[in-house]
Design a protein around this ligand. Structure first.
Ligand code: ASP
Length: 341
C-alpha cells in the first residue's frame, strides 16, 4: 500500500513537473536601419502580419505538444517564403546579381546541429539545415555538395531567379553605387561597410522551448547585399549566428556577420549565462550593447534561457521581432522605441 502511495505521489510529481515546463517562441526578421519614416503604413502592417503569422504558427506547434525543432522550422519556413525578408524568396543579391543562401539549426539537449551555406537552388534552406542535422553525419555542407544532398533528401529545388525581388535589386544597385564611392578593400569590408547596414536587413531566425524543456534555434539568410567571393556569414556558423544548449540558452542572431563570427556572439552569450550565472537578457546586452557596439558591430539577437525566459537585444535602429509566451498575447515589434522586453 505504502509503495503504491509513493508511486502515485511520484507520478503526480513528475506529471506536475512536466506540465510546468513553459512553452515559448521568439522570432526575428533582421536588424538594421529600420525607420518609421522610410516605411509606408501598408509595409509596416505587412511586416507585423507576417511576423504574427510566423510566431503564432510556431507557437501552435508547441501548444499541441510538438517539439521546438518543429516549431522553429515552421516559423522560419513562413518567413523564408515571404518576399519581405532576406531569406529564401526575397534574399539579397550578390555582387554578381545572384543569390547565395545560408541556414542553420541546433537543438539544446544533445547539441546536434546542421548547417548549409552558399546555396543557390534550395527553396527552403532551413529544411536542408535540418536534414543535415538529422540525416547526415556532418554538421555543415556547402555549395554543390549541399545541393546534391538536398536533392537526395527530396527537398524542393528552384531556379536561382525564384529568389528575385525588385526591392532587393534596387538595393543592390544602391549598394554598388556606394561601393564605388568607397573603394572595395578587404579591410574596409570587414570593419566598416556603410552600404550594408541599410540594405541587407531581413535575415530570419526563431528560438523556442517546448513542453519537454528542449531549446532549439534556427537562422536563415541571403547574407549581405553585394557580397562577393563566396562570402559566408555568421548565420550557418554554429556558435556565431546560432546556438542552443539546454544548460544555458538558445540564440539566433542577425547583423553584420563578420563581427558575429569574430565575436562568436551566440555561444558567448550562452557561455556567460552558464559560467557567470547571469540572466540571458543581461548576457545578451553585455555582448550586443557593449562588446559589439564598441567595435562597430551592428545587429541583434533573440533568445530564450533554460528557464524559458524570452528576450532580445539589438544595437540598431530597429529589429523585426515577435514573441509568444504562455498566457500572454502575441507581441510584434519593429522599431527601437516600442521595445518592451
Ligand atoms: N548576419 C547575416 C550575414 O552576415 C546578415 C544579417 O543578419 O542581416 O550574413
Amino acid at each position: 500500500m505504502r509503495r503504491t502511495m509513493s508511486f502515485l505521489a511520484l507520478s503526480c510529481f513528475s506529471a506536475l513537473a512536466f506540465a510546468t515546463q513553459p512553452i515559448a517562441i521568439v522570432i526575428h526578421g533582421g536588424a538594421g536601419t529600420i525607420n518609421k519614416s522610410q516605411m509606408t503604413d501598408a509595409q509596416e502592417q505587412a511586416y507585423h502580419a507576417t511576423l504574427k503569422h510566423a510566431v503564432d504558427t510556431g507557437y501552435a506547434v508547441l501548444e499541441k505538444g510538438g517539439s521546438s525543432v518543429d516549431a522553429v522550422t515552421a516559423a522560419v519556413l513562413i518567413m523564408e517564403d515571404s518576399p519581405l525578408f532576406n531569406a529564401g524568396k526575397g534574399a539579397v543579391y550578390t555582387y554578381d546579381e545572384g543569390h547565395e543562401l545560408d541556414a542553420s539549426i541546433m537543438r539544446g539537449d544533445n547539441l546536434m546541429a546542421g548547417a548549409a551555406s552558399g546555396l543557390t537552388h534550395v527553396k527552403n534552406p532551413v529544411l536542408l539545415a535540418r536534414a543535415v542535422m538529422e540525416k547526415s553525419e556532418h554538421v555543415m555542407l556547402s555549395g554543390a555538395g549541399a545541393e546534391q544532398f538536398a536533392k537526395e533528401q527530396g527537398l524542393e529545388l528552384v531556379e536561382n531567379s525564384y529568389f528575385d525581388t525588385e526591392f532587393r535589386y534596387e538595393a543592390l544597385k544602391k549598394a554598388k553605387q556606394s561601393m564605388q564611392k568607397v573603394p572595395h578593400q578587404a579591410q574596409n569590408y570587414r570593419l566598416n561597410a556603410p552600404w550594408q547596414a541599410e540594405w541587407n536587413m531581413g535575415t530570419v531566425g526563431a528560438v523556442a522551448m517546448d513542453r519537454s524543456g528542449l531549446l532549439t534555434a534556427a537562422t536563415s539568410t541571403g547574407g549581405m547585399t553585394a557580397k562577393r567571393y563566396g562570402r559566408i556569414g555568421d548565420a550557418p556558423i554554429i556558435g556565431a549566428g546560432n546556438f542552443a544548449d539546454n544548460a544555458s540558452c538558445a540564440v539566433s542572431a542577425t547583423g553584420h556577420g563578420e563581427f558575429f563570427i569574430r565575436y562568436r556572439v551566440a555561444s558567448d552569450i550562452c557561455a556567460r549565462v552558464k559560467y557567470q550565472g547571469i540572466s540571458a537578457d543581461k548576457a545578451a546586452d553585455q555582448v550586443i550593447q557593449q562588446e559589439l557596439a564598441k567595435v562597430g558591430g551592428t545587429g541583434g539577437v533573440i533568445l530564450i534561457d533554460h528557464k524559458g525566459k524570452v528576450g532580445w537585444s539589438f544595437n540598431t535602429e530597429g529589429m523585426y521581432r515577435a514573441k509568444k509566451t504562455e498566457g500572454e498575447a502575441t507581441i510584434t515589434e519593429i522599431f527601437k522605441e516600442s521595445s518592451a522586453k
